[in-house]
Write a protein that binds this ligand. Structure first.
Ligand code: LLP
Length: 436
């Protein structure tokens, strides 16, 4: 059981005497200290993943900035850890901007995204002097210019270009096809950069493109950068504007199941560099400074969620084990049909008694975290772990059914410290006007 799941577990995961340990700490100890559900992050895994991104682009001649896509998991402690390693932050809301600020991320390494940024968000970003605002629409450019003029600040920008490319992933996380709500078509991207160039308050640095998420193939980066070379050449010839900065987005996938073999950051870097050499340099275009925005590939596989087993029952042909969380702490199975792997955290080496459906506590049949998980017969009170829950689980958590959101902890070198404490019941009523 355990050995088979190593490809989806955090790098320090081990199971002496069948008990799951992460970062040198027994998961039973973590559950006792913080309660369940609990998202336990392996610090060593995160640091290695972040360094893999930094190393992959370290020798890019025009320099590269690695910004962590904070939407994957935006706890301030996580951002601080990554900031100290040298990463910046990709933020796409006032809340994420504030998390990056509180984490002490160098504003020059903050990239503001969003398909509909508000005046407040743009003003806060300009006020903080973020390194880049990625403009997503013509009206946003006007608003940004107005705010910069009022502040007396010159804001470097990129324009998000929609390359009209469909990549292989879930349709909800595919972002670069024609008709997507993100970015502007190629012709308009050039117009927006020209307009920015004509403004004393905006500094057009280049373009941003994000293909989609959970990509298990590097080819799309090659395709899009090859296509962009022609666009960049035309832009330069027609307007004299050069692409100084090229932000290639995030999107590298992780293994949720043992049969998935994601490329490494070095693989992505190789395709990017090869394409730049072949398509950009060969056309006489200068090598741009690169920005990459990994989220899932840094934190996704670094965590497991620990649940306490409750009801175990047969429902016709299906055998259910219900746990004390569900779609409120991880909506991905319900939302995307996402697949996960599970194990009983205190009996990692026992053979399976058959397939089990892992159900959550919420009042809908779709609240199933894993279908057909091979597990030994679960027993009320024991711990069940679901792997690879570090990205887009806590960050998309809800309080559905008035279930408080769970804690998240960072584990490493035999010690642990909380990143997010569990929500208290009273907090659920803090904004309920009649609830006090
Ligand atoms: N940059 C931009 C502009 C993005 O929109 C995203 C993700 C990223 C970077 C980071 O992508 P990553 O490296 O994490 O794949 N909730 C979905 C994923 C949505 C991704 C949205 N944008 C899920 O749970 O699969």
């Amino acid at each position: 059981m355990f050995d088979q799941l190593i490809p989806v577990l955090p790098s320090t995961a081990e199971a002496p005497e069948g008990r799951l340990r992460i970062g040198g700490v027994d998961c039973g100890e973590l559950a006792a200290a913080y309660g369940t559900p609990l998202i336990a992050y392996d610090q060593a895994h995160i640091e290695a993943a972040a360094r893999a991104w930094l190393d992959a682009f370290a020798d890019h001649p025009a320099g590269a900035t690695v910004v962590y896509a904070s939407k994957a998991f935006a706890a301030v402690g996580m951002l601080r850890l990554l900031g100290e390693l040298g990463l910046g932050a990709d933020v796409s809301s006032l809340g994420e901007l504030e998390a990056a600020r509180r984490a002490g991320i160098d504003p020059a390494r903050i990239v503001l995204h969003g398909n509909n940024k508000s005046r407040t968000e743009l003003a806060a970003a300009v006020d903080l002097r973020v390194g880049l605002v990625v403009v997503d629409a013509a009206s946003e450019l006007d608003l940004l210019e107005e705010l910069c003029a009022a502040e007396g600040a010159v804001q470097p920008i990129l324009v998000r270009i929609n390359p009209d490319i469909v990549v292989e992933t879930h349709q909800y996380i595919n972002t670069a096809h024609a008709g997507s709500k993100f970015g502007v078509p190629a012709v308009e991207a050039a117009t927006l950069l020209e307009r920015a160039a004509a403004s004393p308050w905006l500094e057009p640095r280049g373009v941003h493109v994000h293909l989609g998420s959970q990509l298990l193939d590097t080819a799309p980066w090659g395709r899009v950068l090859g296509w962009l070379a022609g666009w960049a050449l035309e832009l330069r010839e027609r307007t004299g504007i050069e692409v100084h900065t090229l932000d290639v987005g995030g999107g590298l996938g992780i293994a949720y199941t043992e049969d998935q073999a994601p490329p490494t950051p070095a693989d992505v870097a190789r395709v990017v560099r090869d394409t730049l050499d072949r398509e950009w340099v060969a056309r006489g275009l200068r090598l741009p400074h690169l920005v990459v925005e990994p989220g899932r590939s840094i934190v996704g596989q670094a965590a497991v969620t620990l649940y306490r087993v409750g009801v175990v029952k047969d429902a016709g042909d299906i055998r259910y084990v219900a746990v004390d969380g569900g779609m409120s702490d991880n909506p991905r199975p319900t939302l995307y049909g996402a697949e996960y792997r599970a194990l009983l955290a205190e009996r990692c080496h026992e053979p399976a008694s058959g397939p089990w459906w892992i159900a959550g506590v919420h009042c809908e049949s779709g609240d199933v975290l894993v279908e057909d998980a091979p597990l030994p017969t679960p027993v009320r009170g024991e711990l069940l772990a679901i792997a690879a829950t570090g990205a887009y689980a806590a960050s998309m958590a809800s309080t559905y059914n008035l279930v408080p959101r769970c804690a998240a902890v960072l584990v490493g070198d035999g010690t642990h410290r909380p990143l997010l404490r569990g929500e208290r019941l009273e907090e659920l009523f803090a904004r309920d006007v009649d609830g006090g």
